[in-house]
Every structure is written in C-alpha cells, then in structure tokens.
Design a protein around this ligand. Structure first.
Ligand SMILES: NC(=O)CC[C@H](N)C(=O)O
Length: 301
C-alpha cells in the first residue's frame, strides 16, 4: 500500500488546493493518505493517516441518509431530483431553466442545501448536533466534530450558496431564513476527521447500513442503497461518468480533498489528498483509486 501511495503522490504536483474557501488554501498539496476498512475489522492504511480534513461535499451523502431516515424518500424526492447534471457542483444554471425550480440531485450544492434545510430541530445547534452524532456513530469515533475555522471561512465567503438559497426560497423549495441555513450548511461541510474514520463510514454504506462491529443496522438498507446509487451517478461531480468507467466504485468527494469509497459488501475506503484536478476531485486520490481498482479488481461493473 505504501508503494501505491508514493506512486500516486507524484500526481499531487499536477493539482491545486481549493482556495475559494480561504481556510482550505492552507492545506499542504503534497499530503496523501488512504485507509481501507474490511468487514472483519481489518484496516490497511498508508500515508499521512492522522491528518484531519473537512468533509465538504462528502457530508452531502450523510445528511441525505439522515434526512431519508427521518422524513422518508417521498418527502425528500418531492423537493430534490435523482438525475445527474453534468454541470459543476455549484452551478445555478439548471435551476433557472427547469420548469420547476427543483434541484436535479442532492449531490450538487443546490440539492444539498435543500437536504440540509430538511434536517429537523429547533435551532442550528440542535440540527448540527443530530448530524454530528449520526456521523460519530457511523465512524465509531465520538470525538468527531466540526472545524470552527473552516466553517467561519466558508460562512464569510459563501455568496454563491446564498444565491442558490435565495433562488430556492423565492420558488418555495425552502422556507427557512437563508442565514441560519448557510450557518448550518457551512458547519456541516466543516465536519472534520481523518481517513480512518472516513473509511469506517464508507464501510457502513458498503455493508448496506450495518455496523461492521456490532451488526446493528445504523440506517435501513434501502437508504444505504439510494446513497450508493447517487455516489455512482453524481458522487464525483461532473467527472462521475469517467470515474465509473475507470474505477467503478460508489464514491463521494469533497473540495478539501477527501474521497469516501464504498465497495459493495467488501470495503470502506477513506482518502485524503488536497491537491485537486479541474473538476474539484483529489487528483492523487483518483490516481490511487485507479491503481487499486486495477490491481484488486474492485470495479463493481
Ligand atoms: N464540492 C464541495 O466539496 C463543495 C462544498 C463546499 N462547502 C461548497 O459548498 O462550496
């Protein structure tokens, strides 16, 4: 595994750390780490595995799972669609041209903002805490929390996400005030962990929602299935098609450089490599997955 990480690390030079959220610009572009968690408790890891990173868009899969569990799929899919867009994650274009202003899927920002809007609770703190405690259960790490610095940095600069919210509010897709929603969304995106925790969460999805240690169902298998399907069709933004062909693993990436993979029935994968390619995916992380998928025949197709 060490050798594969060092091979893939060469690609970090060709990528760039995201800096549209200023605090993310401080990351070291040459970091790269991976953890692969198996159902029998075995975990293989290599690289800078202790480094923490914020989930960013990876949190969208987990908030979706929570909201599907709490509100059911009818309510969720009344407000957000199931189709990939082929557009960048923060694009507003399709929202305006669609007959109904319903975001096409929950993995783009517009759709994720609708899902976050649906997290229940009386205050931002209460809603955030419910999501964090769900994530603590999935990762089996009670220390998981959000990074205040990254949350603040995104909150201060999230003008495009505010624009998406105002558009959605105008069309009645969301009802709450925009500022608390942006507050909750930016804190959700700033939830941080290392690649070991992320691999553990990936494994729960891979195991159809079962806790790999206790066998307890942490989310219904139907919810895990919906999430994994979105990971295949839109998990890697507008590079999801190419990723499915080359790698063939349900995966979700975030602009901090994380990738969560769920190889159905087999492994959970957590990767961190903050240098990104032009679609916003970890450039060396994708290389790493390409090498692994080829070597160990991980593609599900
Ligand atoms: N692609 C991402 O990871 C985007 C998440 C980020 N918090 C944003 O809304 O811009």
């Amino acid at each position: 595994m060490k050798l594969i990480v060092e091979e893939a690390r060469k690609w970090t030079k060709a990528g760039k750390v995201a800096d549209y959220i200023p605090a993310l610009g401080l990351a070291n572009p040459h970091d790269l780490s991976i953890a692969i968690h198996s159902p029998n408790g075995e975990c293989v890891s290599a690289g800078d595995i202790e480094k923490k990173f914020t989930l960013q868009s990876i949190s969208k899969v987990i908030s979706l799972a929570l909201v599907l569990m709490e509100q059911g799929k009818e309510d969720v899919f009344e407000r957000v669609g199931m189709e990939p867009t082929g557009d960048p994650f923060n694009s507003i274009a399709k929202l305006e041209t669609m007959a109904v202003a319903k975001p096409l899927n929950p993995m783009i920002n517009a759709g994720a903002l609708v899902v976050t809007h649906m997290i229940e609770g009386n205050s931002v703190d209460e809603r955030l805490n419910r999501l964090i405690s769900f994530i603590q259960t999935l990762s089996a790490d009670s220390e998981v929390n959000y990074c205040k610095e990254v949350a603040k940095s995104e909150y201060e600069t999230a003008h495009l996400n505010r624009a998406l919210c105002y558009f959605l509010k105008e069309h009645g897709v969301i009802q709450e005030e925009v500022e608390p929603l942006i507050d909750l969304y930016t804190k959700q995106c700033a939830i941080e962990m290392n690649c070991l925790d992320l691999a553990r969460i990936g494994l729960v999805f891979a195991m159809d929602g079962k806790d790999p240690d206790t066998g307890k169902q942490l989310m219904p298998s139907a919810v895990a299935r919906i999430c994994k399907t979105f990971m295949v069709t839109c998990g890697m933004y507008n590079a999801s098609g190419e990723f499915a062909i080359k790698i063939g693993i349900p995966a979700k990436s975030g602009v901090a450089g994380g990738i969560m993979g769920a190889v159905p029935g087999k492994y959970g994968i957590g990767i961190f490599g903050p240098a990104l390619d032009e679609t916003g995916n970890s450039i060396a992380g994708i290389k790493l997955l390409e090498l692994l998928s080829e070597n160990y025949r991980l593609s599900m197709f």
